[in-house]
Design a protein around this ligand. Structure first.
Ligand SMILES: NC(=O)c1ccc[n+]([C@@H]2O[C@H](COP(=O)([O-])OP(=O)(O)OC[C@H]3O[C@@H](n4cnc5c(N)ncnc54)[C@H](O)[C@@H]3O)[C@@H](O)[C@H]2O)c1
Length: 326
């Protein structure tokens, strides 16, 4: 297929692009580099520097390359910032998203895979979370992603757009070439590894009095390559239908303290911790049920073991001590 990846210079987009190319898909990356890195774009891909709101550049990208499907990963994704600046999040994650699907409609492109998020569920009443559970986001980030999902539903009804909305839990790990480099970094595993290298003094633990096995929050981590493989599977349904899928590893998840212990073991380094008070809106446990995508698409995670996930992130960091270096 000829696939356009919006946000393909970002963390997950870089690995999705790499996996698409490995599978022989012609892949065009579309990114404004506001958060992404030029060096994170696989050399085999064509790169177009452009913003989702730049209709002319977007239209040319879709038509010049005869794009058949879009994987839409471009977004703002800092939960805390979204609470302070909801306008920024609705503008980029919802309005710019509409611009994309309207331009796709103009150009006759009718297939979309969308990076949605577990934040669409808010603070769920039960675990593991299934796609049929209520969606009640507790921050503008999750709300802006859910609003776009709702738009996709109505665009399907009226215009026949077929979409797969993938609600990711915590993406983690790296491929050999591409890894995680956000600024600011808010994700646990890269923060823990930064503490291992001495780039930061310690890791903050936000609350150790949750009703969990060691008092710290439990989360579901999914290797970025497993995530990328799920996107490619999802492309296959779009000839016929649309769907919403959760993507996590399931199981019992891992507590914050367990992640830190695994990182100590993998790196062989000391990692200092500091317990501070809970963050508002942090549920005790967030675990995905990925049964639907397993049954319908035959996807299952290959890197379920947290040690493999942390090891891949550590290997990437060792190979790229200054990150992408621009
Ligand atoms: N990282 C996670 O654990 C996680 C979890 C759930 C969902 N997601 C979603 O997955 C997607 C990718 O996440 P990531 O961690 O790789 O983020 P990232 O910030 O590394 O990548 C996003 C990319 O989108 C680009 N971008 C943003 N706005 C743009 C615009 N208007 N036009 C063109 N390019 C634009 C940025 O430059 C960046 O390269 C996001 O949509 C995010 O909401 C991520």
């Amino acid at each position: 297929m000829k696939v356009l990846v919006t946000g393909g210079a970002g963390y997950i987009g870089s690995v999705v692009t790499e996996e698409l190319l490995n599978d022989g898909h012609e892949t065009i990356v579309y990114d404004n580099l506001i958060k992404g890195h030029r060096d994170a774009v696989d050399r085999r891909a064509k790169f177009i520097e452009g913003d989702l709101m730049d209709g002319d550049t977007l239209r040319a990208a879709l038509t010049d390359h005869h794009i058949e499907a879009v994987i839409h990963m471009a977004a703002h994704s800092l939960v805390g910032e979204s609470v302070e600046k909801p306008a920024k999040y609705f503008a980029n994650n919802f309005i710019a998203g509409l611009k994309l699907i309207d331009t796709m409609r103009d150009c006759g492109v009718g297939k979309l895979v969308f990076s949605s998020t577990a934040a669409t569920y808010g603070e769920p009443e039960k675990q593991p979370i299934a796609e049929t559970d209520p969606t009640q986001p507790t921050n503008p980030y999750g709300e802006s992603k859910l609003a776009f999902e709702r738009a996709l539903h109505w665009y399907e009804q009226a215009y026949g757009l077929h979409y797969a909305s993938l609600r990711y839990f915590n993406a983690a790990g790296a491929s050999r070439q591409f890894g995680e480099q956000h600024d600011p970094e808010t994700h646990l595993i890269p923060l823990v590894l930064q503490a291992a290298t001495g780039q930061r003094d310690d890791v903050q633990i936000f609350g150790d009095d949750y009703p969990t096995r060691d008092g710290t929050c439990v989360r579901d981590y999914i290797h970025v390559i497993d995530l990328a493989r799920a996107h490619i599977r999802a492309l296959n349904i779009l000839d016929e239908r649309s769907a919403i899928y959760n993507l996590g590893c399931g199981g019992d998840g891992y507590t914050v303290k367990e992640v830190i212990d695994v990182a100590r073991e993998v790196t062989g380094r000391d990692i200092g911790t500091r317990t501070v008070k809970r963050r508002a809106g942090d549920p005790a446990v967030l675990i995905a049920s990925s049964d639907r995508i397993k049954h319908e698409l035959g996807w299952s995670p290959k890197f379920q073991d947290l040690k493999l996930i942390v090891r891949s992130a550590w290997d990437w960091l060792q190979a790229h001590p200054r990150g992408y270096g621009e």
